[in-house]
Ligand binder design. Structure first.
Ligand code: NAD
Length: 299
């Protein structure tokens, strides 16, 4: 297949492009900036996706668009810029997908779109584990932008009859955050943990790339969107997840599926079974060995 990856010059984008090329696809990367080095089989086109005429010019002649371009950090830019860049660029990408007859949009969403990732207010889940049908409550600029992006993809896929996938992956451990990650890992390896309001969900960029590849290939019906939560196998806490959530909330939310935490007491509160069953997703990277993978940048 020929696959366009927006934001392909970014940290997760490099892993996604590498994974897709390794699977035999050809890839066009679209980004504001050139990748440090184009990979064999990769073509680069510069484009600002907040400008609709540019999106329509650069997003064409592909089987699938993987849309990763965004501002990934709510604190790096003024909030109204995070909201507008992320939402408007996703709208423009969806317009290009439908007007240029592209079959599938794979949207790089976030578990923050649920309101339980990056958040200001500590909202208690209605039940555990949190699956794709659990109600959402995003309430800060980045999470709202990711949620709006998914809604645009849902409604566009339905109205215009293309296929769409939303990958709601957790905090991606990247080299740019390595100092903070290392401090956290060392504390947790020593069994010294302190709970904040974070549920402990994270994922390796290599595992996000695995899901991107699977999302490009999975058989889907036209006119609908399939969303998937994606995390590592376990949280980054050295204690069972229900203990972590009790420390956060005092009283646990209803555990609807007790087997889930019996089979893996450290499983993240986000239910990844839909991704396992439909995509064949198998996360391979774990926080205890993070030095082996966190610094790896595909070339
Ligand atoms: N990093 C995480 O922990 C995380 C977690 C969940 C979801 N995500 C999502 O994954 C995607 C990739 O995140 P990342 O961490 O690799 O970010 P990144 O900043 O490393 O990469 C994003 C890329 O998008 C490009 N871009 C931004 N605005 C653009 C525009 N208007 N037109 C064209 N290109 C533009 C940037 O130049 C950059 O290369 C984002 O959509 C982000 O919201 C990230």
């Amino acid at each position: 297949m020929h696959i366009i990856v927006t934001g392909g010059a970014g940290a997760i984008g490099r892993h996604a492009v590498h994974e897709l090329l390794s699977a035999g696809h050809s890839v066009t990367t679209i980004d504001l900036r050139e990748p440090p080095q184009c990979m064999s089989g990769e073509q680069f086109i510069e484009g600002d996706l907040t400008i609709q005429s540019e999106a329509l010019r650069v997003i064409r002649d592909a089987d699938v668009v993987v849309h990763l371009a965004a501002i990934p950090n709510p604190d790096s830019d003024p909030p109204e810029r995070v909201l507008s860049v992320n939402t408007v660029s996703t709208y423009n990408v969806a317009e290009a997908v439908r007007r240029n007859g592209i079959r599938r949009l794979v949207y790089g969403c976030s578990e923050s779109s649920s309101g339980f990732g990056i958040h200001y207010v500590n909202i208690k889940p209605q039940y555990l584990p949190i699956d794709e049908t659990h109600p959402v409550c995003p309430h800060e600029t980045y999470s709202l932008s990711k949620r709006f992006g998914e809604e645009i993809a849902v409604w566009y896929a339905q109205a215009y009859g293309f296929e769409a996938v939303a990958l709601r992956y957790a905090w991606v451990w990247l080299p740019r955050d390595a100092a903070g990650i290392q401090a956290l890992v060392e504390r947790h390896r020593a069994g010294n943990w302190q709970v904040g309001s974070w549920f402990g969900a994270y994922i390796a960029p290599q595992d996000v790339a695995q899901a991107v590849r699977q999302a490009c290939d999975v058989p889907l019906g036209c006119g609908r969107l399939e969303a998937f939560y994606l995390t590592a196998e376990s949280t980054f806490y050295p204690v069972p997840t229900l203990e972590v959530l009790t420390a956060i909330f005092g009283e646990l939310p209803e555990v609807r599926d007790a087997d889930y935490f019996v089979s893996n007491p450290y499983a993240t509160p986000f239910d990844t079974r839909k991704a396992r069953n439909m995509l064949g997703f198998r996360p391979a990277y774990d926080w205890r060995h993070y030095e082996e993978w966190v610094y790896a940048t595909p070339k």
